[in-house]
Design a protein around this ligand. Structure first.
Ligand code: ADP
Length: 657
């Protein structure tokens, strides 16, 4: 390499120099023969090649791309750059070793086969985000690569191995996977929504393909772009929709609306719409996502309800009965014309507390409690009450209401009616008056018959009349029948007293257990066929009407005897129910009472079915009176019974403190 000043400048040139000594004949050196051959061009060319080789090597070896060359069938690693060594995580000294020795974990993964295929066929193989399980840092990891397997050719074009060029894309692949999963989830959500999902751009215009919308409306791509979608909306709903939509877009608030849409088949469908703005990181709207849900069925059902309600009202208006309805909470929300006409009030005047204006003050409290109970239990409501007419006259009405329930049994509303029963009440009154009169008229002769029979019996006993045995039996029969008759008469009188509110209770302090013992003793005297056992588990005083309580006891024991023809033991018990109550129970093993009759036997004139009059004489008023008497003492009376097994009647009285 020689620097020369040539062509007016310093230049570096390369030469092959040949210096040779010039010898004289005596072998002495007299000079030097110098010959030079400039080889600058060749040297420069060679240097260039060397440089490029070096650069190439550097490029490959230090490249961020992982690179390796595997040779021969065994895939011996002949070249591996730092990146691939790092990627494989198997240290620096891997050259000269077969691939599977370095990466035994990939033996059963597809890569050895793929490499072999490239080696034998010469066809390169490309892979994107391919999952490789590599043992790195002592544990198996899922790693993703983009890579190429390229056949490695010698100068003579023969394939001697495979070159691998790879980049690790694990973070991107995981991200892509997440995006894909989230897109799948979104799509599944969209599919799950029973509606049509669409999107509009930030300014509220429909952009791009909207498959759902197109399928719903039959609009073409061009037709629904921008605000074209609005053409599918019913003309009456178009402007309100656009106004509301623009407002939502302007204020960036959720859009909730209902409108009609012309469907692909030309029908109108009712839809509820909801759309929400999607915001970007800066809080700006990037798009609107909306969903249309078909509510045509609901709309039709609602319309049908309105229609049927209209029909009901029309029908109710024409009815001669007084009809009303109330909501589930019992607030009256409709009165028909007949009802309003009768009262002379308007709906506004009657609703809410206004109702009290037309109910007789004596009936109001009872009605209210009963009505409130029905509202909470859902039981039918039935009562008799007096209703004030516009002339100020109170007429008796039968009031009934039934709850209308939905499929789940939840009360939707109440429908009630009021029927005037004044005439019935008047007749009943007449009947009552008549019964009262008859009972009064009968009472005197029966009392006197009773007296005479007693007298005759007494005389018989004293042997004033003979022959005694012939007369005694019929007289005793007459006596017992007359007693029954007089008991019946006093029951009928009690009944009319109860009905006119004139049953008197005269309270005094008396010993309940003593009264019970005496009463039972009396009954035993005339009922020799039955055994009446007493369990006196209570001794003490109660404050009440002694005669009336006795009447109840007699009635219950007589019933127990009367309704147990085949069993003759009656168990009577007096006991303390708790600190505040005392109870008397009368148990028989008689015919018993069906459950369906049990709740009615305390009503007047009610007799359980299947008891023909011949078998068991009676009028069905004994228990009614008993109940009235006990309730007037603030006590209660109940029955437990099973058909064919017997009955237990129990009444309780409050204990005097
Ligand atoms: P009556 O006995 O006069 O019919 P009550 O008012 O005393 O009237 O009783 C009403 C009904 O209750 C009776 O008709 C009878 O069907 C039923 N009943 C009452 N007590 C008993 C009883 N101990 N066993 C079976 N049924 C009874």
């Amino acid at each position: 390499e020689i620097t020369l000043f040539r062509n007016g400048k310093n230049e570096t040139g390369w030469f092959n120099l040949h210096y040779q000594p010039i010898r004289e004949d005596d072998n002495s050196i007299s000079g030097i023969l110098a010959s030079a051959n400039e080889v600058t061009d060749q040297v420069l060319a060679r240097k260039q090649t060397e440089d490029s080789n070096k650069r190439y090597n550097m490029m490959v070896m230090q490249s961020p791309f992982a690179f390796a060359v595997l040779k021969s069938n065994d895939m011996v690693i002949t070249l591996a750059n730092d990146s691939i060594k790092e990627m494989w995580g198997k240290g620096k000294e891997i050259e000269g070793k077969p691939l599977l020795e370095v990466l035994p974990e990939i033996k059963d993964q597809p890569f050895p086969v793929l490499l072999n295929k490239v080696y034998t066929t010469g066809i390169p193989f490309y892979a994107n985000e391919s999952l490789v399980q590599l043992e790195r840092n002592g544990k198996m990891e899922d790693v993703y690569f983009n890579f190429v397997y390229q056949p490695y050719r010698e100068a003579d074009e023969t394939i001697s191995g495979v070159a691998i060029i790879a980049t690790e894309v694990t973070p991107q692949a995981i991200l892509n996977k997440k995006i894909k999963a989230s897109e799948e989830r979104f799509q599944a959500a969209v599919n799950a929504v029973e509606g049509v999902v669409w999107s509009n751009n930030a300014t509220g215009e429909m952009k791009g393909e909207q498959l759902g919308w197109a399928a719903l409306t039959g609009q073409s791509y061009q037709e629904y772009q921008g605000y074209g979608w609005a053409n599918a909306i019913h003309p009456d709903d178009t402007q309100p929709t656009i106004d509301a939509w623009n407002e939502a877009v302007r204020d960036r608030k959720n859009f909730i609306f209902e409108h009609r849409i012309k469907l692909k088949n030309g029908d109108w469908g009712h839809f509820s719409v909801k759309s929400i703005p999607l915001l970007n990181a800066d809080g700006l709207v990037c798009e609107w996502v909306g969903v249309h849900i078909d509510i045509s069925d609901r709309y039709r059902a609602e319309k049908a309800i309105i229609e049927s309600e209209k029909q009901f009202r029309q029908m109710a208006e024409l009815m001669p009965q007084k009809v009303w309805t109330a909501d589930a909470e019992g607030n009256k929300n409709y009165f028909n014309k007949t009802l309003l006409d009768y009262t002379g009030f308007s709906f506004e005047e009657l609703k809410g507390n206004g109702w009290q204006k037309i109910i007789h003050p004596d009936d109001w409290g009872k009605n209210k409690t009963q009505w409130e109970k029905c509202i909470s239990t859902g039981q039918d409501y039935e009562t008799e009450n007096r209703l004030r007419s516009k002339d100020g006259e109170y007429l008796w009405h039968l009031t009934r209401a039934v709850p209308i329930k939905d499929e789940d049994g939840k009360i939707q509303m109440w429908v009630g009616s009021k029927t005037e029963i004044q005439k019935l009440k008047d007749d009943e009154q007449l009947k009552g008056d008549f019964l009262k009169m008859v009972s009064h008229e009968l009472k005197t002769p029966v009392t006197s018959i009773k007296g005479y029979v007693q007298l005759l019996l007494m005389m018989l006993k004293e042997q004033e009349v003979t022959p005694s045995s012939f007369l005694e039996t019929p007289l005793l029969r007459i006596d017992s029948q007359v007693k029954r008759l007089s008991r019946l008469i006093s029951e009928m009188l009690d009944l009319s007293r109860i009905e006119s509110g004139k049953l008197e209770i005269q309270k005094e302090l008396f010993s309940l257990d003593v009264l019970l013992a005496e009463t039972v003793e009396d009954i035993r005297f005339t009922n020799t066929n039955h055994t009446i056992n007493i369990s006196p588990d209570f001794t003490g005083m109660v404050y009440g009407d002694k005669d009336r309580i006795e009447q109840v006891i007699i009635n219950l024991i007589n019933n127990a005897i009367k309704y147990s023809p085949d069993n003759n033991v009656v168990e009577v018990r007096v006991y303390a129910v708790n600190d505040t109550q005392v109870g008397i129970s009368i148990k028989d093993d008689g015919i018993g009472i069906d459950e369906e009759h049990q709740q009615n036997i305390f009503n007047r004139f009610y007799r359980a079915a299947g008891q023909s009059e011949e078998n068991y004489a009676g009028f069905g008023i004994g228990l009614f009176i008993a109940k009235e008497i006990i309730e007037r003492h603030n006590g209660s009376i109940t029955v437990e019974s099973e058909k064919g097994k017997g009955s237990i009647f129990t009444f309780t009285l409050p204990l005097e403190k």
